[in-house]
Design a protein around this ligand. Sequence first.
Ligand code: FE
Ligand code: FE
Ligand code: ZN
Length: 260
Amino acid sequence: MGRTALSLDANTFAFFTRNPRGGKAKEIDPQDAADFRSFAEEHGFAVLVAHAPYTLNAAAKDDRVAEFARETFASDLERMECTPHQLYNFHPGSHVGQGADVGIEKIAAVLNAVLDAGQTTTVLLETMAGKGTEIGRTFEELAAIIERVDLDDHVGVCLDSCHVWDGGYNIVDDLDGVLEQFDRVIGIGRLRAVHLNDSKNPCGAHKDRHEKIGEGCIGFEALSAMTRHPALRSLPFILETPNELDGYADEIARLREAWS
Ligand code: FE
Ligand code: FE
Ligand code: ZN
């Protein structure tokens, strides 16, 4: 993964801790992890942003699904320590009809069960588009979860540009205003990573369909402005656009060109 990222002129990347549809994780080869750590250091890699499986629903109604979320979360956090001091991003969850308040309590309970004072990983709640019964469309919902976590030093937020746009935050006309709102509700210090995606849909659509950078409703100008914004520019930016490797290389090149 490190070599592939470098070949694209990237200095960070995202990876799934296991099959994104869930299931058992592959054993981590300690030598491979050690090789990666020295490779990342040699090439000046920034912090990485791991992604939990999509099937992990910490707000689940069904006990077995909730149990899977807790076990997977705990096991992933253990595995993350093979590459210390990285970020682990997860979708807060869907309340599936129980109501957002119940969902928020359940998500906080899972975090309180799995976080360990000695861990080096920071867990990130991802801002969501508000599709179905997703929790985390509003900054207020994310703040309510974080408020209920005891070891909140280990918790941050990953801002997904497609999701906040679809969620109704206008990052095209008023990025400053959106970030001010984030700061007021959550605290800008919690913002630790950005998922940089264009969107197939207009602001407030609650759809969550990613588009290539510059080919969607957000557009190249606004996305490129995010990479240069003083509150964001030092964060890791992760592309989750519908591309193959050459498409990512091209997006990175265009964003870097506009940045310098
Ligand atoms: Fe995600
Ligand atoms: Fe994302
Ligand atoms: Zn998405």
